[in-house]
Design a protein around this ligand. Structure first.
Ligand code: RFL
Length: 391
């Protein structure tokens, strides 16, 4: 006989584990199926910022302490143009709404720990996870465990929280989804390094290309460097990476440290509409990906999980789930694109040309000249609440 639960959650990343904890806190049964092992999932380093809205969401479920606490509160944002620093007090401009530094792997570790401590059912190493009967009243999800044992779960809802490459979106029949993809035409090389945290989160706009530096703990930083199309920065010797960073950050004394991680980030956006099919709901990267500018990827995943959890817990709002989440998704996509254009066009003009460089510099300048423009920027950085959309 198939075992029953209310929600089968596919994927134990930020989206799946946020949803699992929200449901558990309100007594809704769920089973999480994750194809990787625990060490892999808890070690994956990506995002680093929980915006203020995500903090409020965790607080609503009593998870502020166990999950979202500990990271120092982000204060000023530094935007350095050709070596000249300017500071924005983003939380103050947003009306006293600070974001927090909580590395993604720490958030996921805490979410997993809290869920398991609460008696949660989380199955790692679940292979060949396959949803069935999504259009019916009682969907099923089958999978194979590491020993080859076959399992089946029946449920009321399936939450597809399995990221961009997962199985959930792919199990929606062709023709039921409209997808939007956009390549921003910009390459980013990101390195994780043993390098002291910057004074403030730092964005550097320069003729040599864009660079950024963010704290990942007191003694580690994540750096981002724009690279030219056709270049392969993974071939760069580390000394070249450091000299480019010194040039772009306008900081000749930036010390070189051990580089512990190297990745190329695709500056790509993607949205699937609608974010549901029958009794399956797509949550987080399974439904959309966004450029890292504005740091919204993980926060969108948490916000989607919240909207879905509330609808399931309240027994009201599932029909509007997709429209509500898409409203925020497109709002953040627009913000991320706006931000991306500004800091890249204002620097190296070999791609977008001198006219767009002047436009981007004007856009950047407006943030420091116009309090309403700065407040609008800060509002998006803090994370926005969207009202429930009609289905
Ligand atoms: P995830 O994190 O990809 O988790 C999906 C989980 O599903 C599992 N899975 C499956 N499980 C069972 N069966 C299957 N068939 C499965 N297929 C996949 C996977 O193993 C995994 O555990 O998606 P989720 O939960 O939606 O979370 C999204 C965030 O991870 C993502 O948006 C952010 O990391 C994006 N992002 C950033 N977001 C921010 O908010 N701020 C940032 O500063 C930021 N920086 C980044 C980033 C993403 C990056 N990369 C590498 C994509 C920096 C980088 C470098």
């Amino acid at each position: 006989m198939p075992a029953d639960t209310t929600v089968v959650i596919i994927g134990a990343g930020p989206a799946g584990m946020s949803l699992a904890n929200f449901l558990q806190r309100r007594g809704v049964s769920c089973v999480v199926l994750e194809m990787r092992d625990r060490a892999y999932v808890e070690g994956r380093q990506r995002a680093g910022v929980i915006d203020h809205r995500a903090g409020e969401i965790f607080a609503e479920f009593g998870l502020d302490g166990p999950v979202a606490a500990g990271g120092p509160v982000e204060t000023l944002l530094e935007i350095r143009t050709d070596g000249v620093p300017r500071l924005l007090d983003v939380p103050a401009l947003a009306g006293g709404r600070p974001s927090r530094l909580v590395p993604q792997q720490m958030l996921v570790q805490r979410l997993i720990g809290t869920f398991l401590d609460g008696g949660g059912d989380l199955r790692f190493g679940a292979l060949d996870v396959t949803p069935h009967d999504l259009g019916g009243d009682r969907p099923r999800v089958t999978y194979r465990d590491a020993d080859g044992g076959e399992h089946e779960l029946s449920c009321d809802y399936v939450a597809g929280c399995d990221g961009f490459h997962g199985v959930s979106r792919r199990s929606i029949p062709e023709g039921e989804l409209t997808t939007y993809s956009f390549d921003h035409g910009i390459g980013w090389y990101t390195v994780l390094a043993d390098s002291p945290a910057p004074r403030y989160p730092l964005m550097a706009v320069s003729r040599h290309g864009f660079a950024a530096q963010f704290a990942r703990g007191p003694r580690a930083s994540r750096f981002y460097l724009q690279y030219r199309p056709g270049d392969d920065p993974r071939q760069w010797p580390d000394e070249h990476t450091w000299s480019q960073l010194r040039l772009r950050l306008g900081d000749e004394s930036l010390p070189a440290g051990a580089i512990t991680g190297r990745e190329v980030v695709e500056m790509r956006s993607f949205v699937a509409e609608p974010m549901s099919y029958g009794r399956m709901f797509l949550v987080g990267d399974a439904a959309h990906i966004i450029t890292p500018m504005g740091a919204k990827g993980m926060n969108l995943a948490i916000a989607d999980a919240y909207v879905l959890a509330r609808a399931i817990i309240d027994g009201d709002g599932l029909d509007e789930y997709s429209a509500t989440c898409l409203r925020r998704t497109w709002d953040y996509q627009e913000f991320s694109r706006w931000y991306t254009e500004m800091v890249h066009d204002a620097g190296d003009d070999s791609v977008s040309g001198p006219f767009r460089r002047r436009l981007a510099l004007a856009r950047l300048d407006r943030l420091f000249r116009s309090p309403p423009a700065a407040a609008a920027f800060a509002d998006l950085m803090a994370g926005t609440e969207v009202s429930r959309a009609s289905p």
